[in-house]
Design a protein around this ligand. Structure first.
Ligand code: BGC
Length: 730
């Protein structure tokens, strides 16, 4: 039987290097190691991507740091280098067991005298997120002189680097590289130790600090090398004022091979425990079960469990693309998985937003608004990494003025939604007391300061915005945005109306900052009177004022109009801008989130109208179409969209390059979207007043589904067989 927890690649394919870096990624929230091969360097996009630490060089974009790579390893046999780039492998397999989160590669090279087998295994410690573990085996089927070279490659892959300007190397028993940045004074320490067969010497080769284990291999015998590495940064308490405050010898066991086995067993047990509360078992569809749990593997791998205030970047820990920044993806697409399987992580994600409230206040102020306007591309402290010129024109090579940062105001409502969904789901009010209520009030104040009322108008409007569909910039009354602003007013009003239920200090803080009763009035008025576009006679809701008057052409026709395959579809002259072709689910996202406010006919009508007009140019799009199709009772229609989401990283492909800039990486929002499709969509799970409702619409080939959810501090097992379901408290 096929193992549903294994992803494997047979044979070496050069063109698959970038995709495989994502597909075989391992991560532990603190760092992500791209699934590149041991002998690869920055040309093959090797990266040990670090969470929450950034740098900017000159005029380049501010991006997260990649650490020097301490798992660089290459084999020399009888004086010749053996790596897949130099030598043809007669056998090559890369295997990720994502239930265990262990990555293995096995390569067999043919030499004139016989075969050499090289195997490598790596995993990341989940309990101590600083640690990397690896083990290697070398077998020659002839007697040979072998050099096993392994150590730290300090020539780091950067998109807008180089970030490190100074390296201090230590080469005692434990190798160390202290890489420092001038401008922001950040530091990254990498420690490495390897034990193994043969005589060990040190080799400094270009940008590599290597150990060379030289030995005479005896035909058929296995030589084992065991490695452990540790990474610390100036963001860690262990690295204070430029010095490590821990005893590094304590990190490395005397007998590394024995310690490795123990760590590996504990690692597998750690993951097994995670799967107990998060796996989704699907009987009848192995492909879907594998793809879905593989998506969840990625979400687990990037969960910032080492912090209590950190979020997840749009490309996870797969590199520097999208500037390592946090988008609305986290609250609207990723959060539910953690809410239902590990609420403490959900809280950490939201605390990051609460702790970056000052940044959001500053952004609102800079644009002349009140309250909190969250960063479209958020980095530390809420700094908005989104540039005013976020796309480069392929024809002129000139930066194009884009308005994502200025006009995608729906971001603040995503924060409101995230916090409120957490509170409603967990009944843990601490997040509100710890700044959540202030955050929500500030987001509502932001929208209030943006409301427009025409001289003779009866309603409030929001003008000059960008909705989820980024191809249409600076539009008026984007339905999604208006409804989310209304939601923010409603929630802020609800909280302020119950202010006496909060602690005295919270009440005092609110009273000091705001005129609570005046705000209540304003929010109530705004919630009641903000304009929400209604369905027209055909039942279609206009995405924004004037949308239905735009040219109505097919996606294919618009694609044909491209003069260059990498041309941007949006912006002033974009091929989609003057048509009804949209980048991603927009009205459909709104209808999905507020489905109970619409008739089934309206929901179905809008799905039918918008789907053919959607390019699905964002990995956030498919899951919303899948979910709404389920709400409408059409699991067959939902299915391909669900699979597209679940397979975003498994299948790879997609857009990888924009000109010379790599834009690929993993797609956590699609992974989270696939989970929402499975749980809310196919399983039809919803939570209301302390009760779990299950209203399944399984795809025809799904015989049953099993999973557990956490709800209001209790664990429940949910089992669905066809239309029947059981919910059991555990
Ligand atoms: C999408 C945004 C998304 C961002 C990061 C963009 O292409 O249009 O909605 O937040 O990617 O995933």
């Amino acid at each position: 039987m096929k193992n549903l927890w294994i992803v494997e690649e047979q044979g070496f394919h050069k063109e698959g290097i970038a995709d495989n870096g994502n597909r075989f990624l391992i991560g532990n929230g603190y760092m992500g190691i791209r699934g590149t091969l041991d002998e690869f360097t920055k040309e093959q996009l090797v990266a040990i991507n670090l969470a929450g630490i950034y740098d900017k060089v000159g005029d380049g974009w501010r991006e997260p740091l990649n650490a020097p790579n301490p798992i660089y390893t290459v084999l020399h046999v009888d004086g010749e280098k053996y790596g897949v780039l130099e030598k043809e492998a007669i056998e090559h397999t890369v295997t990720l067991n994502f239930r265990e989160a262990v990555l293995c590669r096995k390569t067999v090279f043919q030499t004139q005298k016989g075969n050499v087998t090289f195997q490598a295994t790596r995993f990341l410690n989940m309990e101590n997120p600083h640690l990397i573990h690896a083990q290697y085996e070398v077998i020659c089927d002839f007697d040979a002189d072998v050099e096993f070279r392994t150590g730290i490659d300090i020539d780091v892959w950067d998109i807008y680097g180089p970030h490190f300007e100074k390296y201090e190397c230590g080469q005692e028993q434990i190798f160390s590289v202290k890489a420092s940045i001038q401008e922001e004074r950040e530091q990254v320490w990498v420690l490495e130790k390897t034990q193994g067969a043969g005589n060990e010497t040190v080799l400094k080769e270009n940008d590599k600090l290597l150990r060379v284990f030289s030995y005479r291999a005896v035909k058929g015998e296995t030589a084992v090398f065991t490695k452990q590495c540790a990474i610390y940064t100036s963001k860690d308490k262990e690295l204070a004022a430029g010095n490590l405050t821990i005893n590094i010898d304590d990190l490395f066991a005397k007998d590394m091979e024995a310690a490795y086995e123990k760590e590996k067993a504990e690692h597998i047990a750690w993951w097994e425990e995670k799967w107990n509360t998060s796996q989704v078992v699907i009987d009848g569809d192995d492909e879907a079960m594998c793809a879905l749990n593989y998506s969840l593997y990625h979400l687990h791998s990037i969960a910032p469990r080492h912090s209590d205030s950190l979020s997840i970047a749009a490309r996870g820990l797969s590199g520097q693309t999208y500037k390592g920044a946090v988008f609305w993806d986290t609250e609207m697409f990723i959060l539910d998985f953690f809410l239902y399987t590990e609420p403490s992580v959900a809280k950490t994600l939201l605390k990051y937003r609460i702790d970056t409230l000052d940044g959001a206040r500053q952004k609102a102020k800079d644009y002349g608004y009140q309250g909190a306007f969250y960063a479209w591309e958020s980095q530390e402290g809420g700094f908005d990494a989104c540039s005013d010129y976020n796309v480069t024109d392929v024809f002129t090579g000139r930066p194009m003025r884009t308005y994502f940062k200025d006009k995608q105001i729906h971001i603040s409502a995503a924060i409101v939604s995230g916090i409120m969904r957490y509170v409603e789901h967990t009944k843990d009010y601490s997040v509100l007391e710890e700044g959540g209520i202030e955050t929500i009030v500030e987001c509502a104040r932001f929208y209030y300061s943006l409301l427009i009322k025409k001289v003779n108008g009866a309603v409030y409007e929001l003008h000059d915005v960008i909705g989820p569909d980024e191809y249409h910039e600076r539009v008026n009354n984007n339905g999604y945005t208006n409804r989310m602003a209304k939601y923010s007013f409603e929630k802020a009003y609800e909280l302020l109306s119950n202010v006496e239920k909060f602690s005295e200090s919270t009440q005092k803080k609110l009273a000091e900052k705001f005129d609570v009763s005046a705000l209540k009035e304003e929010f109530k008025d705004a919630a009641e009177n903000i304009y929400i576009p209604a369905p027209n006679e055909e039942g279609v809701i206009e995405q924004f004022d004037g949308y239905l008057g735009l040219e109505d052409v097919s996606v294919e026709e618009v694609r044909k109009r491209l003069l260059h395959e990498k041309e941007y579809w949006g912006g002033a002259y974009g091929v989609a801008s003057h048509t009804q072709i949209i980048k991603q689910a927009d009205v459909v996202t709104w209808l999905t989130l507020f489905a109970n406010e619409f008739s089934k006919e309206v929901l179905a009508k809008n799905w039918e109208y918008y789907e053919p007009r959607t390019e699905h140019g964002s990995s956030l799009s498919a899951c919303m179409y899948a979910w709404l199709a389920c709400i409408n009772g059409y699991p067959e229609k939902a299915y391909p969209f669900f699979l597209k989401s679940a397979m975003a990283d498994l299948k790879g492909g997609g857009k990888q390059w924009a000109g010379l800039v790599y834009i690929g990486g993993t797609h956590p929002a699609a992974s989270g979207g696939a989970y929402m499709n499975a749980i809310h969509g196919f399983a039809g799970v919803s939570f209301e007043d302390g009760k779990i409702k299950v209203n399944p619409v399984l795809p025809p080939n799904w015989k049953s589904m099993k999973f557990t959810v956490s709800y209001q501090s209790k664990q429940y097992a949910i089992e669905i067989n066809g239309k029947k379901s059981t919910v059991t408290e555990l």
